[in-house]
Design a protein. Structure first.
Ligand code: RP5
Length: 185
């Protein structure tokens, strides 16, 4: 039996999947159970309302919502639940995601959405982990280790740069951030 999901990752379209999968990657890194859902605020508002209204009762503690363009999904979900909602503006072909960012970040007083950077789904996952860690000692310890790992990697990069020199330090050789996948050749 799979574990009860603590985080719901909701996206407005399957075209958001490549970006929103990063939120799942962050949660998996910390062993946090989540569910992923496609539910559009414009194309299927009833489904969004049902999901948001039932989320707390279903055992979710945090919702991550990502959408692009007229990205009303995170705000609509936030209006229908008292759970913390983390918004991920997904980049768009015409306006580069500034449209998504502004649509998500400019919430009215009283209904906040914690808005990440454009395509910042990995950080959304991390933010969810940090919220859950408030009541979970194991997650707190994992977060401390994660930060230490990042610091160690900076030192490793610095050491390599000093060793091989500015011109021989190729970006392709660079040490990856914790949780970052090496891009395909
Ligand atoms: C938004 O419209 C979705 O979140 C997606 O980012 C964007 C485009 O959706 P598709 O036309 O690719 O389904 O609602």
């Amino acid at each position: 039996m799979s574990a009860q999901a603590e985080v719901g990752i909701v996206m407005g379209s399957d075209s958001d999947l490549p970006v929103m999968a990063e939120a799942g990657a962050a949660l998996e890194r910390f062993g946090v159970a989540y569910e992923a859902v496609i539910a559009s605020a414009h194309r299927h508002p009833e489904m969004v309302a049902r999901y948001a209204r039932g989320a707390a009762e279903a055992g979710l503690k945090v919702i991550i919502a990502g959408a692009g363009g007229a990205a009303h999904l995170p705000g609509v979900i936030a209006s229908l639940t008292a759970l913390p909602v983390i918004g991920v503006p997904v980049s768009t072909p015409h306006l580069g995601g500034v449209d998504s960012l502004l649509a998500i970040v400019q919430m009215p007083r009283g209904v906040p959405v914690a808005t990440m950077a454009v395509n910042g789904a990995f950080n959304a996952g991390l933010m969810a982990v940090q919220i859950l860690a408030l009541e979970n000692r194991g997650l707190q310890e994992q977060l401390v280790r994660y930060r230490r790992e990042m610091a160690a990697q900076i030192e490793e990069k610095d050491e390599r740069l000093r060793r091989v020199g500015f011109h021989r330090y190729k970006a392709g050789d660079r040490v990856l951030h914790p949780g970052e996948e090496r891009p395909p050749d």
